[in-house]
Design a binder for this molecule. Sequence first.
Ligand code: ADP
Ligand code: MG
Length: 153
Amino acid sequence: KAEAGKTYEFTTTSAAETIATGHKIAELLAPPKFLILRGDLGAGKTTLVKGIAEALDAAEPDEVTSPTFTLVHEYEGTQGAAKTPVNLYHLDLYRIEGERQLDTLGLDDLAAPDSIVLVEWGEKFPSVKRRSDGEIVMTSAGGDTRKIVLTLK
Ligand code: ADP
Ligand code: MG
């Protein structure tokens, strides 16, 4: 599992490779985890979640869509050979305006012992940054190349 303070870096050159990297990252994440998924529009944040969800047997990549309008998507999966239950939450706060609207989402209820919470645009909110266990930063390095960096606090 990923250790606090260490940085895990990946470079991908296609969406399929980012999904495969999602598999590796899923193995690194021991619940509970609350992570900000940071990167520009089109960086591949939602694509990475497709891979994480697939690795956790929580959803097929095609079933994972952007929660831009729905705000929260929940998937039930399992982790490891022991098939430990994991709840995967994928949020997108792009359209959320202010801490008060954020409160209506009930983030506290999602942070259960068996949950992995991945929050796109979480860096917009100091309260989300404060409560996060770390972040996955995605940057475009030109064309279809993406750099993916996981850091736990
Ligand atoms: P975000 O959620 O960060 O806005 P998406 O995952 O929704 O980004 O979209 C990323 C887009 O970039 C998709 O159309 C995907 O096919 C494309 N893409 C091209 N190369 C990559 C890559 N290496 N990793 C992820 N997505 C890529
Ligand atoms: Mg997205």
